[in-house]
Design a binder for this molecule. Structure first.
Ligand code: G6P
Ligand code: MG
Length: 216
């Protein structure tokens, strides 16, 4: 069975994780508490709503429903402001070349991201046409580590979960891939992503043949 590749977006294909962090930190500060990069690890890969719940728990703060919704809108407004200027130069090292190597093998490619801004970002970095299926935050109702986003991506590609290889930078995302019964390559720190089958710092110099050899 030919494998398929499912890519997370933020922190895997494009360097937007830092802008999510800045926007959440700004929100936390506006609510009267701080939010560190260490805290931010828990938010990577987690949906907007679940992220805000986590942040409020960390800050020991409660918001009523209207304030909660307003905070979500504020965070996304700041985030959109930060990413307004992004372009292909924010593609992470080797990611575009890696995608090309995958497609050259005739291997199907899906996006599996919690972000509701995914299509906008893929358009800006000019990679939208590299994906056979896009499953983003607008298509799922359960946040990672729930496997829904990756199972939907496999379904859209018509490939069984066991043949899918997921690329993830987030603890919750690695867990979601595991929960989907998929293979998972961590992108980032091996100490953080210890549940991945193996971890790479990024895609620089890497081709799909190298990854398939690791799983052979
Ligand atoms: C990705 C990021 C998270 C972000 C989530 C929702 O998974 O890693 O940090 O909270 O998407 O993104 P959105 O663009 O919809 O706020
Ligand atoms: Mg990510």
């Amino acid at each position: 069975m030919k494998p398929a590749c499912i890519f997370d977006l933020d922190g895997v294909i494009v360097d937007t994780a830092k802008y999510h962090y800045l926007a959440w930190k700004r929100l936390a500060n506006s609510l009267g508490f701080d939010f560190t990069e260490h805290d931010n690890e828990q938010l990577k890969g987690v949906s907007r709503v679940e992220s805000l719940k986590l942040i409020l728990r960390l800050g020991g703060k409660q918001l009523d429903d209207a304030e909660f919704d307003a905070a979500l809108v504020r965070k996304n407004g700041w985030y959109l402001e930060y990413i307004q200027q992004i372009g292909p130069e924010e593609i992470l090292p080797g990611a575009a070349e890696f995608l090309t190597s995958v497609r050259a093998q005739g291997i199907k490619v899906a996006l599996g991201s919690a972000s509701k801004n995914a299509v906008l970002i893929l358009e800006r970095i000019q990679l939208l046409d590299q994906f056979d299926a896009i499953v983003d935050g607008n298509k799922v109702s359960k946040a990672k580590p729930d496997p829904e986003v990756f199972l939907k991506a496999a379904e859209e590609l018509a490939v069984p979960a066991s043949a899918c290889i997921v690329f993830e930078d987030a603890v919750a995302g690695v867990q979601a891939a595991r929960n989907a019964g998929m293979k998972v390559v961590g992108i980032g720190s091996a100490a953080v992503l210890d549940q991945a089958h193996f971890v790479l710092p990024n895609f620089a110099g890497l081709s799909i043949a190298d990854v398939l050899a690791r799983f052979a």
